[in-house]
Ligand binder design. Structure first.
Ligand code: NAP
Ligand code: FE
Length: 368
């Protein structure tokens, strides 16, 4: 039997109106909440539901709604200052991966101080303020992972911080908040979730449990991918959110691989959305897995019930026209990617030439 461990301490509550219906669960987290969010949650109904649930419990709240995509250390510091000033003793994160990740970093750094230069050096104590997360995109699965990904200006990239302390205590999943999610966000976040599930299977650290979660995620998610470019029905939104959570549970065990490691340069230097960056690179990574006979590729194809060519065509259709990035920049990104720890996580660890080929594949020719 393969040796492995499984740890995922988040209580997950799924279902329509679960924030208001099961809001009493928030009572045990504390007396005064810092709600960490972006501007969209005031429009999609999630913020109102959280505020109503807290009020019904007799809890008070301060709203920090200044989180923007790809959160920075400055944003985290601003959140901590507000948390301290308000005397908040727990956090409710409402939004996509950006507010959820900012919330995690705030929850941990509020109780274990670090200088900015030390934030990415690891070795965190298992201590953070309690958190509840309400995802409003179906992509990152951050509500069930121990990771927070922050913009790392010193290293000109995005870097993940990881600690079991950053698993939220509670996650509330309700697809209704995504009814007005812009099509581009729906597509990009679904590509992120798809990439998580596929990369989890292609990870050196995959376990039987992460494999089971990733395959079930792909089985649900893959047939829904084309729908994200149209107007998914509410039940399809729910299914996308559930599949994204399963993929999050999978990467919480296995981590991600070369695709995520390579995507960070595309986001940092070209502002390409995180999910799209992964979608652009994934076809090349799957093709390389085929070439190198990585066994997990067959699991991916079986879970999607499609061929590699079919998957690449599905990705192509969602990605549309590719950005133009000069070859010299891609060569520089390939050099940078080699020092990213995710590269070493890949079941087949690509060489720098193969990393460059994947970048070229993403921007210079179709993956199909
Ligand atoms: P996001 O950056 O959180 O949000 C993208 C955009 O969507 C924002 O403009 C946001 O608006 C808007 N939005 C969110 N929910 C909406 C809704 N229901 N209706 C309308 N608009 C909505 O995007 P994301 O893809 O969810 O998260 C990406 C981040 O997560 C990246 O930083 C990535 O590195 C990270 N990530 C983390 C993990 C992890 O395990 N922790 C895994 C993968 C990715 P507002 O800003 O106005 O709210
Ligand atoms: Fe991701």
């Amino acid at each position: 039997m393969q040796s492995f461990s499984y740890f995922m301490p988040t209580k997950v509550i799924c279902g329509r109106d679960c924030v208001r219906g099961q809001g009493a669960l928030l009572k045990e987290l504390g007396a005064h909440a810092l709600i960490v969010t972006g501007k969209s949650s005031a429009k999609n109904g999630a913020l109102a539901d959280v505020l109503a649930a807290l009020e019904a419990n007799g809890q008070t709240a301060t709203v920090f709604d200044r989180v923007t995509p790809n959160p920075t250390i400055a944003c985290v510091r601003e959140g901590i200052a507000l948390l301290m000033a308000a005397g908040a003793d727990f956090i409710v994160a409402v939004g996509g991966g950006s507010p959820m990740d900012a919330a995690k970093a705030i929850a941990m750094l509020a109780v274990q101080e670090r200088a900015d230069e030390e934030i990415f050096s690891g070795g965190y104590a298992d201590r953070a303020l309690p958190m509840a997360h309400v995802p409003t995109t179906a992509g990152t699965g951050s509500e069930v992972t121990p990771y927070a990904i922050l913009t790392n200006d010193a290293a000109q990239t995005k870097t993940s911080i990881s600690s079991p302390a950053m698993f939220p205590r509670l996650a509330f999943l309700d697809g209704k908040y995504m009814e007005k999610l812009p099509t581009m966000s729906a597509v990009n976040t679904a590509l992120d979730a798809f990439s998580h599930a596929a990369e989890s299977l292609l990870s050196r650290s995959a376990t039987p449990m992460s494999g089971m979660l990733a395959k079930e995620s792909l089985r649900i998610l893959y047939p829904l991918l084309p729908q994200t470019a149209g107007t998914p029905a509410l039940e399809e939104r729910d299914a996308l959110l559930y599949a994204s959570m399963l993929a999050g549970m999978a990467i919480a065990q296995s981590g991600t691989t070369a695709v995520h490691g390579m995507g960070y340069s595309l986001t940092y230097f070209y502002g390409i959305d995180h999910g799209r960056a992964n979608g652009l690179l994934l076809g090349g990574a799957l093709r390389l897995s085929e070439k190198k006979n990585v066994p997990a590729l067959q699991d991916i194809l079986a879970a999607c019930a499609d061929t590699l060519g079919g998957i690449c065509r599905t990705l192509d259709a969602l990605l549309g026209e590719r950005e133009h990035i000069p070859r010299e920049r891609l060569e520089e990104f390939a050099r940078r990617a080699m020092s990213n720890k995710n590269i070493k996580k890949s079941a087949y660890e690509p060489t720098q030439a193969e990393v460059l080929a994947m970048y070229l594949n993403a921007f210079c020719e179709s993956v199909s």
